[in-house]
Design a protein around this ligand. Structure first.
Ligand code: BDR
Ligand code: CA
Length: 332
């Protein structure tokens, strides 16, 4: 008997690693993808929509794409708040050469399909509210669209199977010394998710950096001979070169953050270490703005609200990627 597919909404800001996440979710065949909603984040929301359509079209998939919010819920309303930390660096120019973590257009044919007319947030609310089965959400962008949906109708939390999100960091950061970009860009939205009562699994930087992909992994993806493998390989190499150019640590390989969240939703064995934790978000606008605060104290009265992944398994991650990205249109 055919395995039942889980109802899924992805929320992305495609984006190099989001593109790999979308490829993996679609090609896995394990999800009934009700829609892909798009947030601002790696670029403006229109660019992220266009990139998402490119990936969906590459696979010839019939999945509706919805444009969401163009900026954070309230973050920019606090005077001085956005000045507290230097802007997240995702591109650099040296000696006339510019490299980017997230290209403006993906290196695949232009999109031919069109975004839906409905706004992403109303799609999320109506779809979850009316779904006869619980819906899983995989957010891999600033949490604005999901936070807004939960704000519009908090009761949808009861019909969410789980939220498996990429965001946060414990004892590290990328958008600031202590905050990860998806949470940093919309801290209030992330807090709303943790306070929603929905089941939440978190893939923070700790997990994604411990399962970074190597040059040889990119070569293996390329050798799959599929459009999906080729695009993933090119994006891994593009990110690897950008990290090296910007002087970032590269000894653990290149994190493909968002795809690890999809891999964990598909297969628990890709995460080697995880714990139930009590998570909160600093929304106070100071130097820790957007930090995921995990209460590690024991012997205190608190109820854990999320399962946090601390360590990923690169070898297993590659096995999952290779199994699924070997499907779909062949190159040439
Ligand atoms: C996250 O931020 C974005 O730049 C990536 O796509 C990923 O979702 C990593 O911090
Ligand atoms: Ca992303």
């Amino acid at each position: 008997m055919e395995e039942k597919k889980r109802k899924l909404i992805m929320d992305v800001d495609t984006g190099s690693d989001d593109a790999v996440a979308v490829l993996l979710a679609i090609l896995s065949g394990k999800f009934d993808i009700l829609g892909i909603t798009v947030s601002w984040g790696n670029s403006d929301v229109e660019t992220c929509v266009n990139n998402t359509l490119q990936v969906v079209d590459l696979l010839g998939a019939d999945i509706p794409v919805y444009q969401g919010c163009p900026g954070p819920m309230v973050r920019e309303m606090t005077v001085g708040r956005v000045m507290n930390n230097p802007k997240n660096k995702t591109s650099e120019t040296k000696d006339g050469k510019t490299v980017k973590m997230h290209p403006n257009t993906l290196p695949i044919p232009p999109a031919t399909s069109k975004k839906q007319k409905e706004h992403a947030v109303t799609f999320i609310v109506e779809t979850i509210k009316n779904s006869p089965e619980k819906v899983t959400i995989i957010p891999t962008a600033p949490m604005t669209n999901i936070g807004m949906a939960l704000r519009m109708d908090p009761t949808i939390a009861t019909n969410i199977e789980e939220i498996v999100l990429m965001g946060g960091a414990v004892g590290m950061g990328n958008a600031s010394p202590v905050a990860e970009a998806n949470f940093f860009h919309d801290p209030e939205a992330a807090k709303i998710i943790f306070d929603s009562g929905a089941k939440v699994r978190v893939v923070p930087l700790n997990a994604t950096h411990s399962a970074g992909l190597l040059k040889e992994d990119a070569e293996r993806l390329m050798s799959l001979g599929t459009e999906a493998g080729k695009l993933a390989a090119e994006l891994v190499m593009m990110r690897t070169e950008a990290s090296a150019f910007m002087g970032w640590r590269t000894d653990q390989g290149e994190p493909i953050h968002d795809a690890l969240a999809v891999a964990w939703a598909l297969d628990p064995s890709v995460i080697m270490e995880s714990r139930m934790e009590k998570c909160d978000i600093d929304i106070n606008g100071g130097i820790c703005d957007g930090q995921m605060v995990v209460d590690h104290r024991r012997g205190y009265e608190f109820t854990p609200n999320a399962c946090v992944a601390y360590k990923g398994d690169r070898v297993r991650f590659m096995e999952i990627l290779c199994e699924h990205l070997a499907k779909g249109p062949k190159v040439g």
